[in-house]
Design a protein around this ligand. Structure first.
Ligand code: SF4
Ligand code: SF4
Ligand code: SF4
Ligand code: FES
Length: 991
């Protein structure tokens, strides 16, 4: 239903829920709105958006439309109030735009000065009694320039929900505070950059911008101060109009040298997208704004973790092993050698003596070409990617039960859930931006949260119910509460009857999973299990999020299946706020599998042994294709040891550090007759290579990534490839052509056109439909219709019904005993991505998180008489590492945790070769060790500046009501002292 009202004398129509500011902006009227940001909602701190409604002054940002309203944005009273409000702002901010790094055409304070044609300010600028805070490696805060709009506070408290920032409105000189008044570098700030991104002026700024963006901003401080004084000096005579003209000329000049290019984050699978601001090869800043997944959000890695791109260690020359050493070679020589050796080995030992590993950090187009090279040029299905190490079991659980191997909805659907269950995922660190959406819904909307994990990480701290089951037993408690729900008549019977098959057989399989059995096996009280069951059945919608804590177990596929079974029994599919969300780890681990980098699937999960599928690809590629499943990553290493696999071509994958049982893997790699590694750095894996080819990272190429939401997004070339390196797709094409293929792709869009023509799942994907920030969530029909929420009409099986899948339980592998008495868990840290090949090359990240460590519980530390910083030796059945201890109550009892960010002490020296039985995903999380205390005490492995040591200051947001209570506060345009009476109609301005 439309609402009719009048704005500035013109009749207008509006949607019922619209705010006046939204209507005003939609129809293109120019009203100042300094603190308003569409993604933050009304903060109401600036008062510059005052308009007159039926004769009363109200804040347009906080006022909803109502039928018959008569709104004036230009009445004398409204304009006077707007001016007065903005004058107060200028009292907090010195306009020195020409010499300001924020003078880039998008400064809200500058643009509002211009919009309001301010010539002189009535309230003089007054400096505040605080120093600039430079203590964070990535950004700085200048209190003198801070207009106290509170956008940063709102973003930190209610979007990122790290709850670091506040403003103490009662102070004589309020300013933004970190942890209530600590230096930034000693606070809980996780350097996500939300606050910097939304700051409407130069008060918060990326250090990479300071002195770099402007033509005059690199001048020494004294010279800058002199120039600022000149500006101040002429203002009384010339007015701001003339001064702004000069600064705008300077700003326009910047446009000729500053480029803004959209890209998609290269780190985790959340799929954040943003503009990268560059000057030549310098990154000035990362600006997230309108990404369909992240909006203004990023984490430390996406916002600040890009130094690796310009690192001096980048490979820029192909290397060839000769006499036990590497020597530089030309591209022509290296590619010629690769093609010759691959052809020789194929001729001598057959196509299945070669194997190919694709990169889940590289693009969809690159994975597609790699598997096409393996299948169509070499003739083998020995093709895999690192989803084998993490995601394959989750995919299997979904294939078994609902039919598509991807998240059943979008992050928005997770936000809409009334209950979120997180199992085996340190979401706040491994998928930080996705975690913000859960934290926000939990904080602001009352969403409930259950977390099951070995560690009490941030999400566990926030949970309404935290379960700490014994390692490797999630399958048991999940199945037990599913059985309890069925037995007690709490299941969604109507849903089961209409949409699900296999109930009777499944019920039978649940018989052993009694609550008593679960309590004993998992070490969880029966009452806690019943509480979890009640929370699930009493919730309107449940989403389950899980990750490596589930999948990297010997029962990873079965536990993933159990999760989906539970969702089916409780009717939690087919609508928003419900569903299964395996959180994909790498930026393109979903896409690499989607695009055929798997031993049993051609692109789009089309089976290699399906003659109809093969016939289509054979016709498209004009070759005969192999018809039997190839080797997966694990089988490849086994086959090398058995002497069956002779050559391997791998790109963008650090197999030596990330596969389990490193010693065995390294031994295997060293046995290969010929090994090609394509990467951007000399990785650990490169040590075993015969030829190393220098590739380009995501910022130097075009293509698409697919995020955990099945969202396909385009990345654009930010920089040209570093001289000497090449985008992976070009290298793969060159090798294929030297082996006799006749590929002629000039741009990744042409590769995608071929993919779409052969793959029903992506039939309607085109680069035009993905232009800029546009995206598509597969499956995409030929007409371009995508499916953000799966299973709205039916499940992905021929009969349209989901399937309950019966399960049994077996004990985890590699269990503790007298000799190896401690359980070792492992995973990621917020600041580093995996082994840290990229993130260690960021000086700021290294400063905050310089090394790996082992987390030891306070109980164990007391028992073994160790303190934080003590060096210990961890010894497993497979290897040993030396590492420093960090004593923390995140872990309990005899459970240890070791982050994987180290090439010197990689955790995979300790993990074994047990795998998930179905997918061969290594059971990384099933490792036992003994700990030898080495008797040396070192520094804490985490410096004081790490955000873990901060103390958050949660509050509802910027809490503007406290500002309104300041004795001198009165609403602009109102002679009366302000008394806050917040109502929907008057927008809380109390007039
Ligand atoms: S955590 Fe730090 S960087 Fe992120 S919004 Fe809060 S203060 Fe800003
Ligand atoms: S630092 Fe925060 S309060 Fe100050 S101007 Fe920036 S966003 Fe506003
Ligand atoms: S690492 Fe993940 S959460 Fe962080 S910015 Fe990149 S995609 Fe987003
Ligand atoms: S935009 Fe700041 S109070 Fe409305």
């Amino acid at each position: 239903m439309e609402i009719n009202l009048t704005v500035d004398g013109t009749p207008r129509e509006s949607k019922p829920d619209e705010r006046l500011i939204e209507l005003i902006n939609r129809i293109g009227l120019k009203v100042p709105q300094v603190c308003y940001h569409p993604q933050l909602g009304p903060i109401q701190t600036c008062d510059t958006c005052m308009v007159e409604v039926d004769g009363k002054l109200v804040r347009a940002c906080a006022t909803h439309v109502a039928p018959g309203m008569n709104v004036s944005t230009i009445s004398a009273r409204a304009v006077a109030a707007q001016r007065e409000a903005f004058d107060r702002i200028l009292g907090n901010h010195m306009l020195y735009c020409t010499v300001c790094d924020n003078n880039n055409g998008n400064c809200t304070v500058h643009n509002t000065t211009k919009l309001m044609a301010v010539e002189h300010q009535k309230i003089p600028f007054e400096t505040k009694p605080y120093e600039v805070d430079n203590s964070n490696p990535f950004y700085r805060y200048d209190p003198d320039q801070c207009i106290l709009c509170g956008r940063c506070v709102e973003a930190c408290q209610n979007v990122e929900v790290n709850e670091t920032l506040s403003i103490r409105w009662e102070d004589p000189h309020p300013r933004v505070l970190w942890d209530g008044g600590k230096p930034i570098g000693e606070s809980s700030c996780v350097s996500c950059g939300h606050c910097v991104t939304v700051c409407p002026c130069n008060a918060l700024m990326e250090k990479s911008m300071v002195g770099k963006a402007g033509f005059l901003t690199a001048l020494p401080k004294t010279a800058l101060a002199g120039m600022i004084d000149i500006v101040k000096g002429v203002e009384p005579d010339t007015g701001y109009g003339a001064i702004l003209k000069v600064s705008e000329a300077e700003s326009a000049m910047r446009e000729s040298r500053i480029r803004r290019t959209k890209t998609v984050c290269t780190y985790c699978g959340v799929g954040c997208s943003f503009d990268v601001w560059t000057k030549d090869r310098q990154i000035l800043k990362v600006e997230p704004m309108e990404g369909p997944t992240n909006g203004i959000s990023t984490c430390i890695k996406g916002k600040f973790g890009w130094d690796f791109v310009n690192s001096s260690d980048r490979l820029t020359k192909p290397l060839i092993r000769e006499g036990g050493k590497f020597r530089e070679a030309s591209w022509d020589e290296a590619l010629g050698l690769v093609a010759r050796r691959l052809a020789e080995i194929k001729a001598r030992s057959g196509p299945d003596s070669l194997a190919f590993i694709s990169s889940s950090k590289c693009t969809n187009e690159e994975s597609y070409l790699m598997q096409k090279l393996a299948r169509a040029v070499i003739g083998t299905n020995n093709m895999d990617n690192c989803s084998r190490y993490c995601q394959a079991p989750a995919t299997m659980g979904l294939f078994r039960t609902v039919g598509y191997g991807g998240d059943s909805g979008s992050i928005k659907d997770i936000e809409n859930a009334s209950l979120v269950i997180i199992i085996g995922s340190n979401t706040a660190e491994a998928h930080p931006v996705l975690a913000t959406r859960v934290k926000r819904a939990h904080k602001l909307r009352g969403q409930k949260l259950i977390v099951s994990d070995l560690r009490k990480h941030e999400m566990a701290e926030r949970a309404d119910l935290f379960l700490h089951p014994k390692p490797g037993t999630d399958l048991v408690w999940i199945s037990a509460i599913t059985g309890y729900i069925l037995d007690n008549g709490l299941a969604k019977t109507s849903f089961l009857e209409k949409w699900v098959t296999g109930l009777e057989q499944y019920k039978k399989s649940l018989e052993p999973f009694t609550m008593e059995f679960a309590a004993e096996t998992c070490g969880l009280p029966i009452e806690t299990l019943k509480q979890a069951a009640r929370m699930i059945t009493e919730s309107e919608g449940v989403c389950v999020l899980w990750a490596m804590g589930v999948t990297q177990h010997s029962m990873g596929s079965d536990t993933s299946t159990a999760i989906s079974n539970l969702l089916l029994v409780t009717g939690n599919y087919m609508r928003t706020g419900t569903g299964a969300y395996p959180l994909r780890g790498h930026n393109n681990v979903q896409g690499a599998s989607d695009h055929g980098a798997m031993p049993n699937y051609l692109p789009g999960y089309q089976l290699v042994d399906d003659p109809e599928v093969r016939a289509r690809f054979e016709a498209g590629w004009q070759v005969k294709l192999p018809s039997t499943k190839g080797l997966d990553n694990k089988e490849m290493i086994d086959a090398i040891h058995q002497g069956k696999l002779k050559a391997m071509y791998l790109f963008g994958e650090e197999i030596s550090l990330v596969d389990s049982n490193k010693n065995l893997v390294d031994e295997g790699l060293s046995k290969l007759d010929f090994f090609v590694v394509q990467d951007i750095f000399f990785s650990d894996t490169c040590r075993f290579a015969d030829v190393i080819l220098p590739a380009s990272p995501s910022l130097e190429k075009e293509g698409t990534f697919t995020s955990t939401e099945r969202r396909i997004q385009r990345l654009y070339e930010v920089f040209e490839p570093l001289e000497g390196s090449r985008p992976d797709w070009r290298i793969i094409q060159e090798i294929a052509n030297r082996l006799g293929a006749n590929w002629n792709f000039k741009h990744p869009s042409e590769i995608y056109a071929e993919i779409a023509s052969l793959t029903p799942l992506f039939a309607g994907v085109t680069y035009e439909r993905l232009e800029g920030y546009k995206s598509l969530q597969w499956p995409v029909a030929a007409d371009g219709t995508d499916q953000p929420l799966l299973y709205e009409k039916q499940f992905n099986f021929p009969d349209g019904k989901a399937r309950l899948f019966p399960l049994t339980y077996s004990e985890p592998s590699d269990r503790v005993n007298d000799e190896f008495d401690l359980h070792l868990n492992n995973g990621r840290l917020l600041e580093h991505f995996h082994e840290g090949n990229m993130t260690y090359r960021s000086a700021g990240i290294r400063e905050q998180t310089p090394d790996t460590f082992v987390e030891v519980s306070p109980e164990l530390a007391t028992e073994r008489r160790i303190k934080t910083g003590a060096w210990v030796q961890l010894v497993s059945r497979y290897g040993q590492v030396r590492v420093r201890a960090l004593v923390t109550d995140r872990v309990q009892g005899k459970e240890l945790y070791m982050p994987m960010n180290s090439s010197e002490s990689p955790v995979n020296r300790l993990t074994g070769s047990f795998t998930d039985k179905v997918t061969h995903t290594p059971a990384y999380k099933e490792a036992s060790v003994r700990m030898l205390v080495l008797g040396e005490n070192g520094e804490s492995p985490l410096p004081r500046g790490n955000p873990r040591f901060g103390h958050r200051t949660p509050q509802r947001g910027v809490e503007v009501e406290r500002k309104w209570k300041r004795p001198e506060y009165r609403v602009p345009g109102s002679p009366m002292l302000f008394h806050a009476t917040k109502t929907k109609a008057n927008g809380g301005n109390g007039t």
